[in-house]
Design a protein around this ligand. Structure first.
Ligand SMILES: Cc1ncc(COP(=O)(O)O)c(C=O)c1O
Length: 433
């Protein structure tokens, strides 16, 4: 029987509203950094699905590795040892390349990885004292949808279903670039003073800090002084630091991991998305000292399954073979030039542009009665019509993150399309007035 492509209505009949994509496009196939829809229209993918396909869509060597597992006589082994897991664990530790980060644990979804980090920070705190259980997070950061991860994420709307809130999770102000003094020394300390009572005993009560490597929706990185203060504070008070590298890991920012930009080594690194290049693979990388605790009880049915581990191995092999960390850094410089150009030419509607390596964002500002959020959606739709898929965040921003194998020529072409779409938006909306 001939396969028939169904409309969004069909999907909505069987699936919840959360599965409606922000841009209604049917992916028929994807290869390298291109996508084709059901009518065979070709798009440049500036989303990497959602920062997953760093090594490119349908990567040949990746597929070969997965097919080898499928053709072998091993499809699953629960926690029993298997050769694909054997191959991956040491490769991942080597890729992270920090002496103190010598152990890893795998799950399937990103939210499970951040849950594990929360559990480890707390269990290690509780080992010291029954009071050392507080977790500090940042407003606006996001870590997933399960109970703990959702509470570490700062979203009242998304956590309405959690009726008994964890009283020991606290949120501090994020150093947004539009806040006065965001990049000055003292911002972090001030945010502590604002959130906690005078003489609060951090050493006694706080076990961990969870940060997103950059705030997702706007690709907003921390000023170096902010992280310096945070690290100093954590050290002084015996507090662990977890970093959520879901979007930023595996070469996306021009480093293997984004924490390298901040010149510190976290205690726990949470990984997912680009870790498995499309196979469900997530995990944490941490130290013996923190993870070798009897009551951690971490394992899950699909932890370290052969397919996921093979995907992880093939991802690192391709990153190394194609020198994708270096490529992301170099192309990131070109990306940055075009982002700055867009800002300079459209100061009236573009508030901020940000990037490190091949992750970036354009944050709009209200223009002529149109909200920044509507400008972002309108520009994203215009891009789609011209064959460029960007991440529509449903906020004031458009996020940009092509597979790291994109050619310089098509990177520039895409940035020109984006610029044209903003120009079109402006000309349509200035005519009205
Ligand atoms: C920063 C960050 N943390 C955690 C998650 C959760 O990952 P998953 O959707 O795989 O559970 C995401 C997913 O978008 C993310 O961007």
């Amino acid at each position: 029987m001939k396969f028939k492509f169904q409309t969004p209505k069909y999907f909505q009949k069987f699936e919840p509203p959360s599965m409606i994509p922000p841009i209604k496009i049917y992916w028929k196939k994807s290869k390298d950094y291109f996508i084709w829809d059901e009518k065979n229209k070709k798009y440049i993918d500036f989303t990497s699905t959602i920062f997953v396909t760093n090594i490119g869509h349908s990567n040949k060597k990746f597929k070969k590795k997965i097919i080898n597992v499928l053709n072998s006589s091993l499809s699953h082994s629960y926690v029993y040892y298997n050769k694909y897991r054997q191959e991956y664990i040491s490769k991942l530790i080597k890729f992270v390349n920090r002496k103190k980060l010598d152990k890893c644990f795998f799950a399937s979804a990103g939210t499970e990885a951040t849950e594990v980090a929360l559990k480890l920070m707390r269990l290690n705190g509780l080992k010291k004292s029954r009071f050392k259980k507080g977790i500090i997070c940042l407003k606006g950061n996001w870590h997933g949808r399960t109970m703990g991860a959702q509470q570490m994420s700062d979203s009242k709307e998304q956590s309405q279903w959690i009726t008994t809130k964890d009283k020991d999770i606290y949120h501090l102000d994020f150093p947004y670039p539009w806040i006065d003094g965001f990049d000055k020394a003292g911002f972090f300390e001030k945010s502590l003073t604002k959130r906690f009572k005078k003489n609060y005993n951090f050493k006694k009560n706080i076990s961990g800090i969870m940060i997103e490597a950059f705030q997702g929706w706007g690709s907003l990185f921390y000023p170096s002084k902010y992280i310096k203060s945070l690290v100093k504070f954590a050290k002084k008070n015996n507090i662990l630091i977890s970093i959520d590298e879901m979007q930023s890991g595996f070469s996306r920012t021009g480093k293997n991991f984004a924490f390298e930009h901040y010149n510190f080594t976290p205690d726990i690194v949470c990984c997912g998305k680009g870790m498995g290049s499309g196979m469900p693979l997530s995990g944490v990388v941490t130290s013996k000292k923190l993870i070798n605790i009897p009551n951690a009880n971490l394992q899950s049915t699909h932890s370290a399954n052969p397919l996921a581990c093979a995907a992880g191995t093939a991802t690192i092999d391709e990153i190394n073979r194609l020198k994708l960390t270096e490529r992301s850094r170099k192309l990131g410089n070109v990306f940055s030039i075009y982002l700055k150009k867009i800002k300079k030419e459209h100061l009236n509607c573009v508030g901020y542009v940000t990037n490190k390596g091949l992750i970036g964002a354009i944050i709009f500002r209200n223009y002529n009665g149109v909200t920044a959020k509507n400008i972002a959606s309108s520009v994203a739709m215009k891009c789609l019509k011209k064959g460029l898929l960007v991440v529509a965040t449903n906020r004031d921003s458009i996020k940009l993150g092509p597979p790291l194998i994109i050619s310089k020529k098509d990177l520039i072409k895409s940035m020109k399309i984006l610029n044209t779409c903003i120009e079109e938006f402006l000309s349509e909306n200035s005519k009205k007035h």
